[in-house]
Design a protein. Structure first.
Length: 155
């Protein structure tokens, strides 16, 4: 396996990110939306590359002292190899640098693999959003991470 690098997403990465987004999510962001996020200072997207091939990405929207993890995806053949965890750790570091005190995300109740990655990264369940996902319908677990390390389960 070749070494992986995590770098900020640039407009050149957007077509690969959009393709992975389309392959991963039932309601994917468009290439145009991802390009706008790449150029917007409120967003921070990181890509994980093997050579120049995208193996995963993660996005963050920052507002005041909070961050919302927007999306995280890893190529199916690279899942379970620590790519998601590395992306989450890099995203948390980026959030801290930008002054975020807490991060939130939503994840499908039934997505045990993603929940495991987030829990491993220090996120805890903080609530349920009923009917959050539409295709297919499913509740979301709201997860929270405090950048000062003081997160305790709220459920």
């Amino acid at each position: 396996m070749k070494p992986l690098r995590i770098v900020p997403m640039t407009p050149e990465h957007v077509p690969q990110v959009a393709a992975l987004e389309q392959a991963t999510f039932s309601e994917p962001w468009s290439e145009q939306s991802l390009l706008q996020a790449a150029l917007d200072e409120r967003y921070r997207y990181l890509v994980c590359l093997e050579d120049e091939r995208l193996v995963g990405y993660a996005g963050l929207l920052l507002a005041s002292d909070e961050g919302q993890v927007t999306n995280v995806a890893v190529r199916p053949q690279r899942r379970g190899q620590g790519v998601g965890t590395r992306l989450m750790e890099a995203l948390k570091e980026e959030a801290k640098k930008r002054g975020a005190k807490r991060l939130f995300l939503e994840v499908r109740v039934g997505n045990a693999a993603a929940r495991h990655v987030y829990e491993k990264s220090g996120f805890v369940a903080a609530g349920i959003r009923r009917g959050f996902y539409r295709k297919p319908p499913e509740d979301a677990v709201v997860m929270l991470y405090e950048t000062d390390g003081q997160t305790d389960s709220l459920l």
